[in-house]
Design a protein around this ligand. Structure first.
Ligand code: NIG
Ligand code: FE
Length: 420
């Protein structure tokens, strides 16, 4: 049982929301509620109350943190990662420097298949150890809820293996975890040239086995040029739906792939990437609950066009941000840097970027009820920074370490001060 925690002398609480909304869209994304000179109290695991320092409650019986004018932010929600992978892929990084594209590397049998080979050769225990190092990294950088995909197995056995590692992370990590089955990330080597049969295998064998062990919350498909078609995607997400798995789709990274439309038609929780978007694709998202999710760390790393975030927000849509943490296209889970890229490269204001990386990203996991803002009754997931001159300082001074303390589910996880 955690002790109730009282944080006092908070310079500014950012991201307060008592409206009960699950997402924030369009113009409203540019606003984020704050409270200056404040305190915040937890009931052990959830946020109980907050107010200004004039109304500070008696401190007896609480674990006390003095924020000393530092700011308090809701933890980042990272709705799209591939954190469980074996080793790394710097060779492809060098290939890219020397002029090969992501698709060319994939066609030569590198890319996802390269990670699948390594995962096959790596024991579960070692995979867990490597993934937990990355988890520790993202926790220290302010992430409190993360989605993790499979998709480096690509055989029934290895997909179960990676999903079991994700389950173990779920059970042992301090942050909240959601698991996604991504068997259709690429065609497994054994099915080379037999893509239709591989899709059958995903639907008839993998999804039922994953569901039988309750290893996944969601199902995903890489719906893109050179990977899976919208028809194959529809088949897989319809099968997933029969097993209670909601869809999150990799769409329009490499081309206008039909992934957005198939996601919207099947009420997917989110369509992610969106580097290739036309006006029709933006139009297709109107009136749908599917959350368009952008992963600017991928465009940054691959040197491709960034998604048209500005256009989408101006068109009244909600958008989410996530890291895509993976060895091939985004080897970092730093959500603060993701918000910086959103501001610098996609012209999102700091408030828009923060809303996209908290409440809207929680929404992309169906979790806004419990995560994504400073709200009475929501999970006590937040971090405390040094005193900041303004909100814009966050994305502006993008490499300055500012996070001093991380509180997850009401418990202090990490304190930069303590380790000094
Ligand atoms: O989201 N695009 C597909 N999947 C990952 C990349 C995976 C990899 O290259 O290992 C992504 O970018
Ligand atoms: Fe991805």
């Amino acid at each position: 049982m955690n002790m109730n925690l009282l944080v006092k002398n908070i310079g500014t609480i950012v991201g307060i929301d008592e409206s009960g909304r699950s997402r924030v869209a369009g113009k409203a994304m540019g606003e984020i509620a704050t409270l200056e000179n404040a305190w915040l109290l937890t009931d052990g695991t959830r946020i109980k109350d907050y107010g200004t320092m004039e109304s500070l409650p008696g401190v007896e019986g609480y674990a006390l943190i003095d924020a000393k004018g530092g700011w308090l932010f809701p933890s980042f929600c990272d709705s799209h990662t591939h954190i469980v992978y074996a080793g790394s892929r710097e060779q492809e990084f060098l290939d890219k420097i020397n002029g090969l594209s992501y698709e060319e590397i994939a066609k030569r049998g590198g890319g996802i298949l390269n990670s699948a080979d390594r995962l096959h050769d790596t024991p579960e225990e070692e995979l867990y150890r490597q993934a937990m190092e990355r988890i520790e990294e993202i926790v220290a950088m302010g992430t409190g809820l993360v989605e993790i995909k499979s998709g480096y197995g690509l055989t029934l056995e290895d997909e179960l293996k990676i999903l079991r590692v994700i389950r173990r992370i779920k059970e042992t990590a301090p942050l909240e975890v959601r698991a996604t089955f991504l068997g259709a990330h690429a065609v497994g080597r054994a099915y080379k040239g037999r893509q239709a049969e591989y899709v059958e295998h995903v639907c008839n064998d993998m999804i039922p086995a994953v569901a039988a062990e309750r290893l996944a919350d969601f199902v995903d498909v890489f719906c893109d040029r050179g990977f899976f078609t919208p028809e194959e995607t529809a088949k897989i997400i319809e099968t997933g739906a029969r097993y209670g798995l909601r869809a999150k789709i990799h769409a329009n990274e490499l081309a206008v792939s039909g992934g957005v439309e198939v996601g919207v038609a099947h009420s997917a929780l989110s369509v992610d990437h969106l580097e290739s978007m036309g006006d029709e694709q933006i139009e297709a998202l109107h009136g749908s609950d599917t959350m368009p999710t952008m992963l600017p760390g991928c465009a940054f790393f691959l040197g491709i066009t960034y998604p048209p975030a500005r256009k989408m927000i101006d068109a009244g849509l909600a958008v989410a941000l996530a890291s895509d943490f993976n060895p091939g296209t985004a080897p970092s889970g730093n959500m603060r840097f993701v918000t910086s890229l959103a501001s610098i490269k996609m012209k999102m204001t700091p408030a828009e970027a923060l809303n996209a990386a908290t409440l809207n990203s929680a929404c992309a996991m169906g979790e806004s009820k419990d995560f994504g803002s400073i709200t009475r009754g929501k999970m006590a997931n937040f971090y405390i920074t040094k005193p900041l001159p303004s909100l814009a300082f966050m994305p502006y001074a993008h490499q300055t370490p500012i996070i001093e303390r991380v509180i997850l589910k009401g418990k202090e996880y990490f304190s930069a001060k303590k380790t000094k």
